[in-house]
Each structure stands twice: as C-alpha cells, then as structure tokens.
Design a binder for this molecule. Structure first.
Ligand code: BYC
Length: 497
C-alpha cells in the first residue's frame, strides 16, 4: 500500500530562498503579504464570518466542539510544511498559501506558449478564467457538505480524524480559490465568493455546479471510494490548472496538490483496509467463494462484489466530472493558456499548441462503439480522462495484490469508460462494464449486478455503527498499519467530550 499518493513534483527551478514564511499572527494566515493590501484584506475579512457560519451550518455535524488531532499548513516548503496538534475545527487556521514563484516561468501551452506567465488576469480571457476558478472552488465546500454526517458513524477515531482532516483542507482549498476571486476579479469575484457559500450540495433550488458533488455520501464506503476516485479527479484537474499561464492560479493549485495526496491516501487505505478485513474474515471462516454473499455478510464484513459495485458507481460518476470528451470549452481554455494537460510542461512529442494534432476518442456512432481521430485540441477533456483512468489503476492493482495474497479468487476491474455515464459521448447509451452496448431492457434487468442495489445499501447501512473509543475499529475494517504522525493506532485522535 502506498504511504502517500504520487505528487506533482515542484519545478526544479524553484529557489528555496523564495519560500515565504506563513504569518500566523494575522487573522487569516497567509504567505501572500496580505497585510500590505488593505482593500483585499478588508474584502476577505468581510467574507470570513459568512464562511464560519457556513462551516457551523454545513461542516461536520455534532463535532464542532471536539478536539481533533489535525495537521495545519505552516509553510510551503515540502520538507516541513505542516504541524500537528489538537484543534477545534471552527478554530482551524484556514490560510492562503501559494507555492513559491518559479523564476522565469513561461506559458507552457496554447497560443501564448513561451510568453512570460501572467501575474494579472488577461482581459480577453477573464470570463473563461473566472468560470474555471468558480467551478474548482464550488467542489470544495460541496464535498464538506456531502460528508457532514459521517462523523456519527465513524468506524474508529483514527478514521474520524482523517475525515475531519480532509474536511478542513477542503475548506482551505475554498479559501485558496476565494483569494483568487477576490484579489483578481473585483466586484464579480466578491459576488462569486458569496454565491459559493450559498449553493448547497444536492439542493434542488441552488445545487452545486457539477453532478458528482450533488450525490449523497451516505456511508463510509462511499467516503473511501469518493476520496480514492473523486479526489483523484481533484488531483488531475488541479494538476491541469497548475499548468495555467495565470501564475497565481498555478501556484495555488501546486500547493493544494500537496494536501490532496493525503486525501487519496485516505481513500486507498480505507478501501484497502476494508478488503483486508473481508479477506481475513473469509479465511478464518473457511469461505473461499467471494460470491457466497450471505455467509460473508453474516461475518460483519463487506463482500468484494459489493465493493466492486460501489467502485463502479463512484468511477462512473467521477468520469462525468471531466466534462464532454469533445469540448470546445476545453479547447478554448487550452489555447488561451489557462488550463493545460496533465504534466503539460513535461510532455514531449508535440508542440503544446496542437493545431494539427489528432487524438483517438471512442464514440457511439449508429449504434456501435467506434474509435475516431478527432482534433487533439477538442479532445483535451478526453485525454485528461484517459490519464485519470490510468492513474486510478495503481491502487486497484494494490487491492488486487492483497486479495491474491489472501488466496481469494477475485479481482477488481475498472468498468468500460462508457458505463453509466450522464455527460459526454456515452450519455444516453446503456453500456455494460465489459463495454457492450445494451438495449434499455437489458440494462434495467442487469444494472443491479453492476451498481449498488437496495439490498447492498441496506446491508452497508446496518454496518455503519459508531466505534468512538480509542483503539476500537469496526468489524468491517482492519486497523491501519501506522497511526498519524507516528502516533499509535489506538491514539485518541478525536477527543469527543
Ligand atoms: N456536471 O464542454 P463541457 C475537486 C457543464 S474535483 C454538471 O462538456 P468543460 C475535488 C460545464 O460546466 C475537480 N455540469 O465541459 C474533488 C459546461 O457548463 P457551462 C474540480 C457539467 O467546460 C473531491 C457544460 O456542461 N475542478 O477538486 O470543458 C473533493 C459544457 O461543458 C459537468 C475542475 O473541474 C458535470 N459533471 O469541462 C473536493 C476544474 N461537466 O460552463 C474537490 C475546473 C460539464 O457551459 N473546471 N458540465 O455553463 C473545468 O475545467 C471544467 O469546468 C470541467 C467541465 C472540466 C468541469
């Protein structure tokens, strides 16, 4: 099991002298010299109370007074950027932290390739840039809202702490984007920042912008799948935005990626520990058939086919977050130099402008799945989605290795890209995990084998009993190999009373 997910490396030309100390004396900790810009400071200070009200209303329910063993960013130097200690979540020091400026950085892609990066918003791209920042920002509070009830059914204090860590850092990511909106987009930016506190995940009248962020996260398996699969969309999108020619956005996203790695780790190990508990219980009971559902469930663990169905749901919903595979919005953002491909600056083999290049995209044409060469510029989303699918495989392979080691014949797989899609090329088509186009009747008859069904959800619900004493772990999840920050696994990570 990986200890942390792979990070985007800091560009080599970062000069370590340029790591700016984070000031924690200010009400809003920052490394952007906020105190020297009174107007900006006032605008952020006036947003702050609304943020705290939102956190009280929509943040982790029932644990606002608990002391939580949290890490707080104290700098952006990769060697020592965080400190650990007990904090009540509403008192968490949400700060504004940008990765250091890279000397001489140039725009890596698009029409302006090779020109110096922008330190101010390029006027002609203002609306497009603002939209990207608002969409990114909107996902952060959305995920906190989706996860707000999970503390109550945490399978251990260790897991509860990890949930809250993820939540406060998503809150900080909102701060990171609001800083950009308020500093660089004037009145519009202030209005957008306010609207970010008003939309609500799943609310009919004023929902969050992207589909997956309006889904429920009703149980801990959903949380682990979300942090493995959906936070990984966060990794890919942040990495693409880290390539932006608008340097403040690039620097914000680079630091956000540092925090994101832990969220992915929570997802991978959460699913991994669930698998470990299942395999151990099956072996102890002498059950070899992973589809012997009734007997496996009677042991108080999650059968592997159910986990696959959960994964299928989260993978498909998350793939929708990449937008349409063929998109003129994405082409515009790339050509403008606002959003690149994954690891854009390091990619070799093309001119980073893609005027004549093509990319293979799978589509449904006349009732058949076909591959077509489409202009690479218009296939930017498709390529990022392909990179994402490849990136998902590492953890899946590690889960499979653990199952194999336990001697159980079962393998997790990724469903076909078109499975259960609502956005893009495959929307409106019924496609099986194996990649067959189906009629509506076959889909209706088979979908309960591929997506969590009513029995699955009822069973998961029955497992979601709190384990809130230090060192206790629910039956369905193995304890972690190591605690947080070298603390033991039975450490009191959250002091509830
Ligand atoms: N649901 O040309 P299209 C994270 C809209 S996750 C609803 O297909 P485009 C995190 C789209 O907005 C990363 N609507 O796609 C993870 C557009 O509407 P407008 C979040 C959707 O524009 C876990 C229209 O359809 N960051 O950080 O190329 C926890 C046509 O758009 C959806 C970003 O996404 C959908 N799934 O791409 C916490 C990066 N998909 O504008 C955090 C910033 C598309 O015409 N965002 N639409 O009204 C972007 O780069 C792009 O907005 C997207 C969409 C990739 C999302």
């Amino acid at each position: 099991m990986s200890s942390e997910d792979t990070l985007i490396e800091a560009p080599e030309s970062v000069n370590s002298d340029r790591f700016v100390e984070v000031s924690y004396d200010d009400a809003i900790p920052n490394n952007v010299d906020l105190s020297s810009d009174r107007t900006l400071l006032r605008a952020l200070e006036s947003w702050h109370p609304g943020y705290l009200d939102w956190w009280q209303d929509m943040g982790p329910e029932g644990f606002q007074d608990a002391d939580v063993y949290l890490r707080t960013a104290v700098g952006v130097d990769p060697a020592g950027w965080a400190k650990f200690g007990y904090v009540k979540m509403p008192e968490y020091r949400w700060g504004i932290l940008l990765a250091p400026q890279v000397e001489g950085r140039t725009i890596p892609h698009g029409k302006h390739k090779g020109e110096p990066v922008w330190q101010e918003v390029p006027g002609e791209y203002r609306a497009l840039l603002k939209r990207l920042i608002v969409v990114q920002a909107d996902t952060e509070p959305a995920s906190v809202e989706q996860q707000r009830y999970l503390g109550k059914t945490a399978p251990s204090l260790y897991d509860m702490r990890n949930l809250f860590q993820v939540n406060v850092e998503e809150g900080r990511h909102l701060w990171a984007m609001v800083y950009l909106l308020v500093k660089y987009f004037g009145k519009d930016g202030r209005e957008e920042s306010q609207a970010l506190l008003e939309r609500r995940s799943g609310q009919q009248d004023n929902p969050r912008i992207l589909g997956a962020f309006n889904e429920r996260t009703p149980d801990w398996l959903s949380f682990f799948m979300f942090t493995y699969f959906t936070d990984r969309d966060g990794k890919m999108q942040l990495a693409a935005l880290a390539e932006s020619g608008f340097d403040p956005l690039s620097r914000s996203c680079r630091f956000m990626l540092t925090e994101e790695a832990h969220h992915l780790f929570v997802g991978e190990t959460g699913v991994g520990r669930t698998i470990e508990a299942t395999c151990a219980a099956m072996n102890k009971a002498g059950i070899t058939d992973p589809f012997d559902t009734e007997r496996i469930r009677a042991l108080g663990v999650v059968d592997l086919p159910l986990l696959q169905r959960k994964a299928n749901f989260h993978m498909s919903v998350t793939r929708d977050l990449f937008g349409s595979e063929i998109s003129s919005n994405a082409a515009d953002a790339f050509s403008a130099g606002l959003k690149g491909r994954f690891n854009e600056a390091k990619l070799t083999g093309d001119d980073h402008q893609l005027q004549d290049a093509t990319y293979k995209v799978q589509r449904v044409v006349d009732g058949e799945l076909v591959w077509e060469d489409v202009p690479a510029l218009r296939a930017i989303n498709s390529r990022l989605l392909d990179d994402y699918i490849a990136d998902c495989q590492g953890g899946i392979d590690r889960w499979n290795k653990a199952i194999e080691k336990a001697g159980i014949h079962f393998r997790f797989t990724q469903p076909h890209k078109g499975f259960n899609r609502k956005i893009g090329e495959f929307a409106g088509h019924a496609i099986s995990p194996a990649g067959e186009l189906l009629g509506a009747e076959s889909w209706a008859a088979l979908k309960d084998e591929w997506l969590p069904n009513g029995d699955d959800m009822a069973f998961i619900h029955s497992l979601m009993k709190p384990c809130h004493r230090a060192g206790e772990y629910a039956s369905w999840i193995a304890p972690p190999r190591m605690g947080i920050n070298q603390q033991p696994v039975d450490y009191e990570y959250v002091k509830i009373d």
